[in-house]
Design a protein around this ligand. Sequence first.
Ligand SMILES: [Fe+2]
Ligand SMILES: [Fe+2]
Length: 138
Amino acid sequence: MFTTRWTSDLVTGIEDVDQCHKYVVKKINEAYNCFVAGMPPESYLLDEILVYMSQCFDYEQVLMMETCYPDFLAHRDEHELFRERMIDVCKPGNASSLSIDRLLILDQWVERHIRQCDAKLGAFVGELSISGMGSGIA
Ligand SMILES: [Fe+2]
Ligand SMILES: [Fe+2]
């Protein structure tokens, strides 16, 4: 079993989003490598992953609102469902909750979400930029 590697087909074309995704993928790989080496990752690594994912979500949601993105609600709901599930996993006292199985589920979710949801947003923002309507987008 392998975790997602950062490759060009994960690029959405929205630079800040891509940087954020790249960092999340890197940290998931770091955590995975810890498991493979027989040393479960420190809890701060999971915290870092979640903080960065949350930043990606927030940035994307602001961008979707600013651009009147038509799939905003469905995309936001995916983010919120993920946040709820991760809050359960990270409840205080659940220190041993990041198992390799959970990490792989997290990894699969991230990859699928980038490919299916974020790629669509990237294409939409790209179209706006081409048509000149997105010139004010950060
Ligand atoms: Fe994203
Ligand atoms: Fe997203």
